[in-house]
Design a protein around this ligand. Structure first.
Ligand code: F6P
Length: 550
């Protein structure tokens, strides 16, 4: 069976075999699995580039992994992967190729879609970004009044914000500290207000990032930013050219907004928004970290792309992570997945992954439009350790939900920490290792009793353990390692979407809210007729108008 003409996923022999296996395994005891196999820790690890993955603390046996791989093979994951890399239009509901992997392919690669090799275009835009970046960083690019640029404000939302904002945070140690870089996404005016309040318009560059250049939040914020700039400079439209650039696929709309297409950095419809930060959408990041670091990051992405494309199933890390997610979501009823980076610099990483995973796999019909009969994408959430430990880890340890988690950490802190702070790194990492251990192995009633705990408290202090985690460890959070990490998750999401037979590359679900917001907005002003709203919304709108004195 392959992706075409497949039967219902949950009726396939491979799915049924997994369901049976799950029943036979019953409550897996990680203590037992480790006791039975002295080599488990070693056997259940993978190295990909700089990433070391330990998956020994999962509720799986060799047989589980074998059956999961059979499911992947039966559902045509490898065939769909190859079709993606070849540039076929696997985003069927939008009739588009899915070629974010081309954004980090070497210049010598040939990747064709619609009869055109896309690689030369990718590298031409990268060079244009590089030239512009060098001019901004060196002070050669001047604002309207002749001052150099000292602040860069990226205006975008979703994939046009989360990627560069996350990566800027992740790679702060690599950034030019003399430049202020900010990200504005929310249509709540407070976002732009706070971003601009201490900036000098004469020294500020706005990067308007929008694939479609029609997204209401972005265009509204960009319009307000333009008004702020012109008022601050006391200048006319001619000042815009030195202070506004656009990142988009839509030249006509960029022109309509008043940005000269010479100041536009192009990308293409085969780059999904949530897969776009290594395209022109990464311009703010490139300005912050410099072109060389940006290219190192792309090389990191490419390394994992090649791994995903060529590694055998038993050693294929994105395949493995995708399959483990299927095991918990579809055979243990887990509804969410926690991403817990033990790195302050990865504070925005879970939010980035939320879009990547949930906008991709939050679907309930198959590629053929049939309703799925199996759970698809999980709720993805998390915050950096150790903060989460003092907030919600209690539920992961002792609650009734099974929540598989990824623990991500680095052997070395980033280079520019003061020596005293470097010393704190061991404590940070000790927490990561301790949490993985506690989640997996818990604490038995006997162990609790042996500490002299009174009988009535023993149930409260007992940890059942068997809470699965993947630990991802690397030497240091470098640009390349960040690229490797992101590509790992991108392809994990791909694997799951392929197995669930859903289109991971469209996002029709966000459209309805956008349309309704446009319909509701006029109803909020006093003069407007309030009609076409349901009773609850009409009452809320009426209350809002009253509170606003309208
Ligand atoms: O939220 C829907 C969405 O289309 C995302 O997929 C996308 O990343 C975001 O809006 C922003 O879109 P654009 O880059 O076109 O402004």
């Amino acid at each position: 069976m392959n992706a075409e003409g497949r039967g219902r996923l949950d009726r396939t022999p491979e799915w049924q075999a997994l369901a049976k296996h799950r029943e036979e395994l019953g409550e897996v005891q990680l203590r037992q699995l480790f006791a039975d196999d002295a080599d488990r820790a070693e056997r259940y690890t993978l190295t990909v580039g700089d990433l070391h993955l330990d998956y020994s603390k999962h509720l799986v046996t060799d047989e589980t992994l074998r059956l999961l791989r059979e499911l992947a093979s039966a559902t045509g994951v490898a065939a769909l992967r190859d079709a993606m890399f070849r540039g076929e239009k696997i985003n069927t509901t939008e009739n588009r190729a899915v070629l974010h992997t081309a954004l980090r392919a070497p210049e010598s690669a040939v990747i064709t879609t619609d009869g055109e090799n896309v690689v030369p275009g990718v590298h031409a835009v990268l060079r244009k970004m590089q030239v512009f970046t060098d001019r901004v960083r060196s002070g050669d690019w001047k604002g309207h009044t002749g001052k150099r640029i000292r602040a860069v404000v990226n205006i975008g939302i979703g994939g046009s914000d989360l990627g560069p904002a996350m990566a800027y945070e992740a790679l702060r140690a690599y950034t030019d500290r003399d430049l202020t870089v900010r990200f504005v996404s929310n249509v709540d005016g407070a976002d732009l207000h706070e971003a601009l309040r201490d900036l000098d318009p004469a020294e500020t560059l706005f990067i308007v990032a929008s694939k479609t250049f029609t997204t209401i939040e972005t265009i509204t914020n960009a319009t307000s930013a333009r008004a702020w700039l012109l008022a601050g400079l006391g200048a006319g439209e001619e000042a815009v050219a030195k202070h506004f650039v656009a990142l988009s696929t839509n030249e006509a709309k960029v022109r309509e907004f008043g940005i000269d297409p010479c100041n536009m950095f192009e990308f293409w419809d085969w780059v999904g928004g949530r897969y776009s930060y290594d395209s022109a959408i990464g311009l703010s990041l490139m300005i912050a970290i410099g072109p060389d670091h940006f290219r190192e990051m792309l090389a990191g992405f490419h390394l994992v792309d090649e791994h995903f494309r060529t590694a055998p199933p038993e050693r294929n890390a994105p395949l493995l992570l995708g399959l483990l997610g299927i095991w918990y979501g579809n055979f243990h009823g887990a509804q969410s997945h926690a991403v817990l980076p033990y790195s302050h610099y990865l504070s925005k990483f879970p939010a980035y992954l939320q879009q990547l995973d949930m906008e991709s796999n939050g679907k309930s019909v198959t590629r053929d439009g049939e309703r799925v009969n199996w759970q698809t994408g999980p709720v993805v959430w998390g915050t950096p350790g150790t903060n989460g430990q003092h907030a919600y880890y209690q539920l992961i340890h002792q609650g009734t939900e099974l929540i598989p988690a990824d623990l991500i950490g680095f052997a070395r802190p980033v280079a520019d920490l003061e020596p005293g702070l470097v010393a704190q790194h061991d404590l940070l990492m000790a927490n990561l290792f301790a949490q993985g251990q506690a989640l997996a192995f818990g604490k038995t009633p006997e162990e609790v009793a042996s500490e002299g705990v009174p009988a009535e408290l023993i149930p409260h202090k007992t940890f059942r353990g068997n809470r699965p985690t993947t630990t991802i460890l690397a030497r240091e959070l470098t640009p390349s390692v960040l690229g490797q990490l992101i590509a790992l998750y991108e392809h994990k999401v791909f694997v799951q979407g392929a197995i669930w037979n859903i289109d991971s590359f469209d996002q029709w679900g966000v459209e309805l809210g956008k349309v309704l917001a446009k319909r509701v907005e006029p109803a909020l002003s006093a003069s407007a007729e309030v009609s076409g709203l349901d009773a609850s919304t009409a009452a809320l709108v009426a209350r809002y108008r009253e509170l606003r004195g309208r």
